[in-house]
Ligand binder design. Structure first.
Ligand SMILES: Cc1cc2nc3c(=O)[nH]c(=O)nc-3n(C[C@H](O)[C@H](O)[C@H](O)COP(=O)(O)OP(=O)(O)OC[C@H]3O[C@@H](n4cnc5c(N)ncnc54)[C@H](O)[C@@H]3O)c2cc1C
Length: 407
């Protein structure tokens, strides 16, 4: 990479403020990794505190041919915030203003660093929600969610990020500012910008679709003797014309990791838990759907529970939500793999995933957004063991290849 002159640093510092451009080793190390297995030291970090600082800084770096990458919470699994060519990392996490919640037009206007869960909490005060709810929502940001086109449990019914986006204001790689909207004619930029992982430009502001929280919700938790049994019920539920809000499955290792933290003791014969949530504006409709689901589950489960109130609902969800943090607590490192396969192929791919893990002598807790065929093998390992880390990389690669081969 080109030498970076002191004058250039000063020019940027004049825009972002003193202390907001850092090139010291400690700061660079903190930003040298994300949730993937990639690592690389950047030249420096630029912390933004105002969305209007982005364009002038990009213009300077572009003119001088210096690479840069946007970064928010760093939870991406694809090395998207790792600068292999050095250059600067833009920390956008402090751009966290919610500009507007407009319940009449069902839109929220936010800056990119707003944390997904924080937005949900603010919307809930008005009886609204934002559909994309990645499992990382406690820390991941709207900017990162858009750039990765994130999905989550309730996206089965309500769509992924790009389905819930109205307009974005962006800074292009040369520093020019542009606005793209779903109403634009011509090229469908709005279908490629979300998921471009920061390579097409930096999202400065976003207009998001928000929805009223349906009046009726039912949460069902079903314990199964095998993960295959759980997945087959998912297929049956959907083929009966029911599109639940969520259809989430977790395997035995994830249950074992999480149950202690949640204060539960799940019997050993329970190999998988399926959490099914349905919602509706109509009480009769939801009752009918619930009855149909109970009929499908009849004689196929070890136990079925229906949450009686919000407290019980939260308890049923807690085990699923604790699955990843609990694995991270029992092991120094967790590699979250993320593959999507056609739903009917889930059991077949799962068998292959288990064979791959066993051939590399590795363990993984497996969680599924089962409704849309999304499988997350969370491989536990110790990065300090270089030989084990090598096996994890190889296994991760083979798992994703198996998902691709499944279509
Ligand atoms: C435990 C765990 C669970 C997860 N669960 C899910 C899940 O359920 N569903 C799912 O889809 N993903 C999931 N992920 C992946 C990850 O959380 C998502 O990709 C998330 O959207 C990333 O948000 P972030 O704020 O961490 O972004 P970062 O990781 O900081 O950035 C992600 C990408 O976006 C770019 N970027 C960041 N901000 C901007 C911006 N303002 N403009 C343009 N580009 C930008 C970055 O350059 C990078 O390429 C999970 C990850 C972990 C570790």
């Amino acid at each position: 990479m080109k030498e970076i002159k002191k004058e250039l640093i000063e020019e940027i510092e004049n825009i972002v403020g003193k202390g907001n451009i850092r090139t010291d080793n400690l700061e660079n190390t903190l930003y040298s990794y994300d949730a993937s297995m990639s690592r690389a030291m950047p030249y420096g970090i630029i912390h933004f505190t105002d969305i209007n600082q982005i364009s002038p800084v990009v213009k300077i770096l572009y003119k001088n041919g210096i690479p840069f990458s946007p970064r928010a919470a760093g939870t991406n699994l694809s090395g998207g915030t790792i600068n292999l060519k050095g250059g600067f990392i833009f920390n956008l996490a402090r751009l966290d203003k919610i500009h507007q919640i407009d319940t009449l037009n069902k839109v929220a206007v936010v800056e990119p660093g707003v944390i997904n869960l924080k937005l949900q909490e603010e919307l809930a005060k008005f009886g609204f929600f934002y559909a994309p709810d990645p499992a990382s929502q406690k820390v991941s940001t709207i900017g990162g969610n858009i750039a990765e086109n994130a999905g989550g449990p309730q996206c089965l019914k309500y769509g992924v990020t790009s389905d819930n986006l109205i307009k974005i204001e962006v800074v292009l790689p040369d520093g020019t500012e542009e606005e793209f909207s779903i109403n634009d004619k011509g090229f469908e930029i709005m279908s490629i910008f979300p998921q471009s992982e920061g390579t097409l430009g930096i999202i400065k502001k976003a207009w998001l679709k928000i929805l009223p929280i349906p009046h009726f919700t039912k949460t069902i938790s079903a314990n199964f003797d095998s993960i295959d049994n759980a997945i087959n019920r998912v297929t049956e539920i959907i083929s009966n014309g029911i599109i639940p809000k969520t259809l989430e499955a977790i395997d035995r290792l994830s249950i074992e990791a999480a149950q202690k933290d949640v204060g539960l003791k799940i019997p050993e014969n329970v190999q998988a838990i399926l959490i099914i949530e349905i919602d509706s504006e109509d009480e009769n409709d939801i009752e009918k759907e619930k009855n149909k689901i109970m009929e499908i589950l009849k004689d196929k489960t070890i136990e079925v529970k229906i949450a009686k109130d919000e407290k019980e609902r939260e308890l049923l969800w807690k085990l699923r939500k604790e699955a990843y943090p609990a694995l991270a607590r029992i092991s120094p490192n967790v590699l979250v793999e993320d593959g999507a396969v056609p739903r009917p192929k889930l059991t077949e791919v799962l068998k292959e995933v288990k064979e791959i893990l066993s051939s590399y002598k590795l363990k993984a807790g497996i969680v599924f957004h089962a409704g849309d065929g999304n499988i997350h093998p969370n491989i536990i390992f110790d990065e300090r063991d270089l030989e084990e880390t090598k096996r994890v990389r190889k296994a991760g690669h083979e798992i994703l290849k198996a998902c691709i081969n499944a279509g």
